[in-house]
Design a protein around this ligand. Structure first.
Ligand SMILES: [Zn+2]
Length: 314
């Protein structure tokens, strides 16, 4: 009896050990993505082979993020880091240095044609320039994901990085990436169709920070914002006054709040000018899973739908 029990115990132990080593071989690749849009893209391409930790989650503002010790630990364990680049994540180099991260890094925006960040107001002086651009931002607009043609470049970069970090599943990453890119192309055509018949004089909207330069260039809509390409600096009274004048002069009818920004500034501009609040646009972050923009593709569908609705009736 005693022997039998001992034997069973040993057998169970060995089985547990076997399943542990088995589980280890199947463990998904630990990946860290800097913000929610890249987290979604990476999950979509990596599928069951990746375990993605997103640093700046849904609703978070990656311009002004402060990483926690838990973020450093997650990055320290990761085999792949997916970042935007174009100096979007000013806090990232320090986090990488402190985390002990030794994996691959994918810079998703590699290969996109950046839009230069240009000061709009002619009377801007040096101090103002500095405020406007923020401290950690270069001369390029970092929001390149807001054009589905760039989204395809992001996807290809993520596919390549996953193949390098985890060659055993290269075929799956290729296939998932190809299906994803095909969906992006289809959605891009859909959005062009949806915005096609917006009258020329209605193709101007106001948002709170300058996050839609790439979207505007791709789909022919001018976005005007009191804040620059970063949310770090507050809009000055002069910036706000200039936008209010512009809305009146050019008869801009729609202003939009953003998911990551305080809506009060845009609400004040709407109240002073009589412009309608067209709705809420997702700029630098996705919504929670039960919100209107839980994925990168849903974000485009939502934003294009809100714009079409506001601009076709204005
Ligand atoms: Zn932004």
């Amino acid at each position: 009896m005693i022997h039998r029990r001992l034997f069973l115990g040993l057998a169970a132990g060995a089985a547990a050990l076997l399943s542990l080593t088995g589980a280890h071989a199947q463990e998904p690749l630990p990946v860290v993505a800097s913000f929610s849009i890249l987290g979604d893209m990476t999950s979509r391409i990596g599928g069951e082979h990746v375990a993605v930790t997103t640093l700046v989650g849904p609703g978070g503002d990656a311009h002004v993020f402060e990483p926690t010790p838990a973020d450093a630990r997650a990055l320290g364990r990761a085999k792949l880091l997916v970042t935007n680049g174009l100096q979007f994540e000013g806090w990232l180099p320090r986090l990488v240095a402190t985390s002990g991260f030794k994996g691959e890094t994918a810079v998703a925006a590699t290969g996109v044609t950046p839009i230069a960040f240009v000061q709009e107001e002619p009377e801007a002086h040096d101090d103002h320039d500095h405020d406007h651009a923020g401290h950690d931002h270069g001369p390029s607009d970092p929001h390149a994901w807001q054009d589905l043609a760039n989204g395809q470049i992001y996807a290809r970069n993520i596919v390549e990085a996953l193949k390098t970090a985890d060659p055993a599943h290269a075929g799956d990453y290729e296939a998932n990436g190809a299906a994803y890119i095909a969906e992006m192309k289809e959605l891009d055509a859909e959005i062009r169709g949806e915005l096609e018949d917006v009258p020329a004089e209605a193709r101007k909207v106001v948002t709170s920070h300058d996050a839609f330069g790439y979207f505007g260039k791709a789909y022919g809509i001018a976005f005007i914002a009191p804040n620059g390409v970063s949310t770090e600096a507050e809009a000055s009274a002069a910036d706000v006054a200039r936008i209010i004048d512009q809305i009146r002069d050019e008869k801009i009818r729609a202003v939009f709040v953003e998911n990551i920004s305080d809506p009060r500034l845009v609400e004040r501009i709407a109240a002073e000018t009589g412009a309608e609040i067209g709705g809420s646009l997702f700029s630098d972050s996705l919504s929670a899973p039960d919100g209107p923009a839980p994925t990168y593709l849903d974000m485009f569908r939502h934003n294009a739908g809100e714009l079409a609705k506001a601009l076709k009736t204005s």
